[in-house]
Design a protein. Sequence first.
Length: 388
Amino acid sequence: MTDYWVNDQQGRPFFVISTPFTSGLLDMLRQEIVAQLLRDVPEQPSEAELEGDRYLHHFVMIFDREGYSPQFFNEMWQQRIACQTYHKYPKDDWSEIEFHEYTVEMCFGQQAKMKLAERGVLLGKKLLVREVRKLTETGHQVSVLSTDYKSEMTIIASHMFSRWSQENFFKYMMKHFNIQGLIDYQTEPMDETKKVVNPTYRKFESQLRSKSAKLSRKKAEFYDISLKEGLNSEEMAEYETEKGKLKEEIEFLQKDVENIKQKRKGHSKHIPLSDLPEEDRFKQLSPIRKQFMDTIKMIAYRAETGMAIVMRSILARVDDARTLLRDVFTSEADLIPNAEEETLTVRLHHFTNPLSDKAVGRLCEVLNETETTYPGTNMRMIYELVSG
């Protein structure tokens, strides 16, 4: 099973698509993700607003280099969806005089100083995109492409360089929510008309990559051996022997590469599941329980993120918020029901230091403002720290 997680700019999960069939990120975006985003993303501009402003978009999709495709960017812009990713093939470095220092507000409100520059770039001779580059302290230039024509350059930088929040989400969920663990080992049959990667094609593809890599290395060796001046006859003979040996190896490898390519041509890359050899057949994990548990995990993570944001403004280090929350979740508490006043008080005990107490106290205040009723009862929940 492959999971495609769609998260907001703070790394909070929006939805996940699980599938045993996948031909890559771009196909999944086209077939599943974009349609769901168009349906579910809140506060999108109306058709009248889009018609009135040629640079307005429904929303911005941000992904890594796997999603780089000028054709895909163009397809999405026809639907007025902006795309943003790292430039897969950046050209020469820009002059450092183009870069100026800006204050960029990141996804959780923290500010960062960045040296940025921007140009317009024509992709595939069809689509004009914005290229924003960040100059790092080591002199490296990180290139970002975007069809977000409305936002300030600093916003584009913030969105792209906040993408680590999704990586943090995966790391945190694997460690604390067992996101990669199997919760159910039941299987069920799949639609046998669905296309899957042909194992024979995959075998030739692997052989081709291996031979091509070896061929590239041998060619590099061949061109690195240069004829030095002043060689005697013995040294000249050794040079010619080494060059001849490498040339022979290169010719053999080139023939192998061509043979593998010809064999690969005789097999389709994708075939129906029903055409797979019996030993390669597989069933999918039962999706219902997984989908249910993924939904619970998404809700829990989003709730935890909301609470962490409340506490971050008080703690000395923003990364301490989730650690403190885990202490809150696992610490003992007094539950005090009051049937007459229809309340259920959750009384927390003091934590290890005054700053933690202050952060938890602020969290209690925010939770109390929600006036949440305990499920299945009419009791309003009250959160407080033990006094004294």
